[in-house]
Design a protein. Structure first.
Length: 271
């Protein structure tokens, strides 16, 4: 049985994620990629991003005024309850800008520094992933009811489908491309989805065997990391470390360790 507080936090995260997802989905101009009403389309995306984060923090603060926040768009409150919300109101900004469906709202709740609840809503796919610590990973979507998530059964690395992401700093991206080039012959294939939170949930759902990326922030991975682990995946960073800005990795038990070894060998964590 999961902790009642964890369930309370999960329910609040679900409500906030669904409302923010609807705001982003319904408020996106149809011609956003070529919008001329602002100095650039990016301004419109930024406004939507900020509005979504404000919706989330306002909703949570109304019910839990003593909680803290860490958000991509600047929410930073210490709080006094021991609970901190880690929020990415729009993960996959470029996808959102171009009208691609792989973007998400990611909300995690930490209790005394440990993630205990997480929700990733993917409005354009009609899916929402969620987990509480010790309660398994779950999803709702086009199917009926909730579906329990389970990562794929162990497969050798050469049969693994792995996703990654690329930084927007040219020098870093070039190094990441070099690492990917070394990896490709050793895998089934590599994908680039554009939303770290969705990639982690796709590992949880058995749609990917692994995922890695350098340069992630806490709000990019907090919820997705919990959901992946609760679905049976292994997650980490450099050997012996937790997922961090240097490197974040998730994978099936058969893929995680060999992928981590290769990424260390190829220097995926530095320029």
């Amino acid at each position: 049985m999961t902790d009642p507080l964890h369930q309370e936090l999960l329910a609040l995260a679900q409500e906030a994620a669904h409302k923010a997802g609807a705001l982003l989905r319904d408020g996106r101009p149809a011609d956003l990629a070529v919008a001329a009403t602002k100095s650039s389309p990016i301004d419109v995306v930024t406004e939507m991003d900020i509005a979504a984060e404000k919706l989330i923090t306002d909703l949570i603060s109304e019910q839990r005024p003593d909680d803290g926040f860490l958000g991509e768009e600047g929410a930073s409150v210490e709080g006094t309850s021991g609970v901190r919300w880690v929020i990415d109101p729009l993960d996959g900004t470029v996808n959102y800008l171009y009208g691609l469906p792989t973007w998400s709202v990611s909300i995690a709740a930490e209790l005394d520094g440990e993630t205990v609840a997480g929700v990733v809503a993917v409005p354009m796919r009609g899916e929402t992933f969620h987990a509480v610590l010790g309660g398994g990973g779950w999803a709702t979507g086009a199917w009926e009811g909730e579906r329990r998530l389970a990562c794929r059964s162990a497969a050798p690395l050469e049969q693994a489908l792995v996703s990654t992401g690329f930084n927007y700093v040219t020098e870093v991206r070039s190094h990441q491309a070099d690492v990917a080039q070394k990896l490709i012959p050793l895998l089934r294939d590599i994908r680039r989805g554009g939303s770290a939170a969705v990639d982690l949930c796709d590992v949880a759902a058995g749609r990917l065997d692994g995922y890695y990326e350098r340069g992630l922030n806490p709000w990019d991975l907090a919820a997705g990391d919990l959901i992946a682990r609760e679905a049976g995946a292994l997650t980490g960073g450099r050997p012996g470390e937790r997922p961090a800005r240097d490197l974040a990795i998730a994978g099936t038990p058969g893929v995680f360790e060999p992928l981590q070894r290769l990424l260390e060998e190829f220097g995926a964590w530095h320029d």
